[in-house]
Design a binder for this molecule. Structure first.
Ligand code: BGC
Length: 607
């Protein structure tokens, strides 16, 4: 791990010159919709973020650079007798599968697909490419990688996880951090390992829920990947919404201060999740005190940042929060800003990669296309149905065949993602990829063309529609806590219901089985491509298909799917999640007996 303490002398000098207001400002992270550059200047704000679906102007890189220029200017102009110490702002985004908030960005497969690829070298290249696209917008920090180890696939964030097993997550953690941060020079970003800790272990897979496991299990499954991220020098860690054995992680002094900062020697800073401290206690002031005392250093308080600053100031003035804790938090934030050489960087507009033409370009998309190819898992291939002969008469059907929104999933322009093609600019749908290889193929989303035409084979892309966080949970209780992102992007916001009540696909999406059966009834062998954020119970769909591919959420480059279906590349993906046979089974690697339909590690090839 990089020695961050080497920056303490410089940080301490700055701290000695800072007023309490300046210190509190460094610890505060509002959302861009709720703070102007002028307020950033006046309140000495340390960081601003974009929630899911929050962007400036027309949402092209130049708009982002201009926005960051204005915030940067507001913080470095902060010099002189009246304004206090100039400390450049650190701007944060969720670039979790590419720079997914920005129009025309390259969207990589979500993490679940990357886990199947089993290729840490590829992960490092993806992270480096993502860093380039984020830097093109003048942004310095991404809340990635997610190191969740998901034990129950009912969780709506399963797709953000590389694997149910810590082995792959740990191997990827270091590669991703290295790829993002580089040597912290002009090519690097600040990374953030999240969510500390136990987010993938909640009972029932409930988002922001309760993880009830003994400490050795917490360490073995959920803490283990962080060791790798820390030794790769990850500069920030995000606290998790979940609780561990009844105590919220945001107020968990043992986990945040004793284990992470003490035992594991983490010298960077801990950022809270979106209003994450609110769940510590019913009383907001109490939550603020307990969050900061437990060890949260920077507070993601998107809207109510003024209340937060007021509450924390009162706690310092009353002596409940000692000044040493405030100084420690600010020192940690300054260490990161110094290590990232933020003080030496030019204004965002003048940085090397700002507005760079490589953003969303062919070179970046080629990395994503390779990742798509490597992430596909072949679950069934009867009668050598695959690879498809490009000269065959091919029917393409299914609601996700021509839908770049579906294949990109949540955290794609909108926080919850969105159906359709228009908002994902650039790239190819699965259909467009097939058409590029087999120009005679016919698209018929509902499969109706099967009755009229003559086809040798059908490729059907079916699956889930996009979702994020708690709205992706599969469970019976109706309403979920709000997470991040912009509620105004969600029709019916305020009544955020989970995705469904079962992982059984024919129950939540009967239209998909109907399409498969319609095509099969016409005597055409069906190759099913499942577009989903998790393994689903698909026994009926499997039985009705001659071949079956798990494509996960491939992102913008649907061409990568076609590359493999036509045999230009072989399958390489192997399950990083055990595939369930029934909704009530929660199969995981190493279970005895193993009740999975396809075990961890399963995946066929052409050879
Ligand atoms: C999510 C985080 C994300 C944050 C900022 C939260 O709701 O849990 O993963 O980084 O929002 O958008």
């Amino acid at each position: 791990m990089a020695d961050l303490r080497q920056y303490d002398a410089r940080a301490n000098e700055l701290i000695a010159r800072m007023s309490l207001d300046e210190k509190l400002g460094q610890m505060t992270q509002p959302e861009r919709m709720h703070i102007s550059p002028e307020d950033v200047r006046r309140h000495h704000i340390g960081s601003v973020l974009s929630g899911g679906g929050s962007w400036p102007g027309a949402n092209v890189p130049a708009d982002w650079v201009a926005m960051n220029d204005a915030y940067w200017e507001a913080t470095v102009a902060n010099d002189g007798d009246d304004d206090g110490v100039a400390i450049p702002i650190l701007y944060g985004v969720d670039a979790v599968h590419g720079h997914n908030n920005v129009r025309g960005a390259t969207l990589f497969p979500h993490n679940i697909g990357l886990g199947a690829a089993r290729d840490p070298g590829l992960i490092e290249r993806i992270a480096r490419t993502t860093a380039r696209e984020v830097l093109a917008t003048g942004v310095e920090w991404t809340f990635a990688p997610t190191l969740a180890v998901v034990r129950d696939d009912h969780w709506g964030r399963t797709y953000e996880s590389y694997s149910e097993d810590p082995e792959i997550v740990a191997a990827y953690a270091a590669a991703f951090v290295r790829g993002l941060q580089g040597d912290l020079g002009e090519d690097g970003l600040v990374a953030c390992a999240k969510h500390w800790v136990g987010d993938g272990g909640t009972t029932g897979g409930v988002d922001q829920g309760e993880t009830t496991i003994p400490e050795d299990e917490l360490r073995r499954f959920h803490i283990a990947p962080y060791l790798q991220a820390l030794s790769a020098g990850v500069l920030t860690v995000m606290a998790s919404y979940n609780s561990w054995n009844g105590e919220k992680c945001h107020g968990h002094e043992y986990l945040l201060s004793d284990v992470l900062k003490g035992e594991l020697g983490f010298d960077g800073f801990v950022v809270s999740d979106w209003d994450g401290i609110d769940q510590i206690d019913d009383d907001y002031d109490e939550s603020v005190a307990r969050g900061v005392l437990a060890g949260v250093d920077m507070f993601m308080v998107p809207e109510k940042w003024r209340d937060f600053i007021g509450a924390l100031r009162a706690h310092v003035e009353s002596g409940r929060v000692p000044m040493e804790r405030i100084d420690d938090a600010v020192r940690r934030i300054l260490r990161v800003k110094l290590a990232y050489r933020l003080f030496d960087r030019q204004r965002p507009a003048d940085r090397r990669w700002s507005n760079h033409e490589s953003f969303g370009g062919d070179e970046h998309r080629a990395v994503a296309r390779e990742a798509v190819r490597k992430s596909l898992v072949l679950l069934k291939n009867d009668d050598g149905a695959l690879p498809v002969d490009r000269g065959a008469r091919i029917l393409v059907a299914g609601k996700s065949a021509h839908d770049r929104g579906h294949q990109s999933g949540g955290f794609s322009l909108a926080w919850q993602g969105q159906s359709g093609n228009d908002h994902i600019e650039g790239g190819t749908s699965i259909w467009e990829g097939i058409e590029a290889i087999a120009p005679g193929a016919v698209l018929s989303p509902d499969g109706s063309a099967a009755d009229t035409g003559e086809f040798d084979v059908a490729i059907l892309a079916i699956g889930e529609r996009p979702y994020a966080e708690g709205m992706g949970d599969v469970r019976t209780s109706q309403f979920v806590a709000r997470g991040s992102g912009l509620a105004q992007n969600i029709p019916g916001a305020g009544k955020l219901a989970p995705y469904g009540a079962t992982l059984e696909h024919r129950v939540s999406h009967p239209e998909d089985l109907a399409t498969i059966e319609r095509v099969r009834a016409a005597g055409i062998p069906v190759i099913t491509v499942l577009v989903s954020g998790r393994p689903l119970v698909v026994n009926a769909e499997l039985d009705a298909s001659t071949a079956f591919v798990a494509a996960w959420l491939p992102g913008s480059e649907g061409q990568g799917v076609a590359d493999v279906l036509f045999g230009d590349h072989d399958f390489q993906g192997r399950l990083s999640f055990s595939w369930p046979h029934r909704d009530e089974d929660l199969p995981n690697r190493g279970d005895d007996p193993d009740v999975s339909l396809f075990p961890y590690g399963y995946g066929l090839t052409y050879r």
